[in-house]
Design a protein around this ligand. Structure first.
Ligand code: SF4
Ligand code: SF4
Ligand code: SF4
Length: 182
């Protein structure tokens, strides 16, 4: 929640969500799902990463009955992290932009790796990999999963950085167009 602004219902709901930003609820991230819930537009059983614990917390907050997790959204799993098969990684960097919390390190034409301390197991890096070298594995017992608040902050930074890149690119193109007609 920004600054000292009063807490809205969407803020209170968002605070109960795991912030993996996995989109399995059918929304673009946790905040859009929180807003839809606050508006009464969706069901409270659509968050597989949060599972039964999150459903119970949402039911208590919203004074609605708890429901079993909607299987159309996925299933509740043990905590997991992504693993990159370093032998097969071609360094294309296509997995970097989709990671909502910037948990993958690497650059073009270099082998990439996942930071367990940041990975939420959201799966969003898997489909974009052209050589299918990313899998999910159970979170190693010696590692600690990132907290929801940290996920939220890292996601906000990720979104802001992506927007800056788009703005910079648009400004460069506009400047080039202007130079052509100068
Ligand atoms: S963590 Fe839950 S609320 Fe957030 S995007 Fe995933 S399914 Fe939706
Ligand atoms: S590395 Fe993959 S699974 Fe882990 S947070 Fe990033 S996109 Fe999600
Ligand atoms: S998308 Fe796959 S091949 Fe490309 S850098 Fe990521 S892990 Fe490596």
């Amino acid at each position: 929640m920004p600054g000292n602004a009063p807490q809205t219902l969407a803020d209170a709901i968002d605070a109960l969500l795991p912030q993996t930003q996995c989109t399995r609820c059918g929304y673009a991230g946790c905040r859009p799902y929180a807003e839809a819930l606050a508006n009464g537009d969706t069901a409270l059983n659509r968050c597989p990463p949060g599972g039964a614990t999150t459903i119970d917390a949402l039911a208590a907050l919203l004074a609605r009955p708890a429901l079993p997790l909607d299987p159309a959204c996925g299933v509740e799993t043990e905590p997991r992290v992504a693993r990159i098969d370093e032998e097969r990684c071609i360094g294309c960097a296509r997995c970097l932009p989709p990671c909502p919390v910037d948990a993958i390190v690497g650059a073009q034409r270099q082998m990439h790796t996942v930071l367990d301390s940041l990975c939420t197991g959201c799966e969003l890096c898997i489909a974009p990999c052209p050589v299918d070298c990313i899998t999910l594995v159970p979170r190693p017992v010696a590692t600690i999963a990132p907290a929801a608040d940290a996920n939220r902050e890292r996601h906000a930074a990720h979104v802001a950085r992506a927007q800056r890149r788009r703005d910079d690119r648009a400004a460069r193109i506009a400047a080039r167009k202007q130079a052509l007609h100068a």
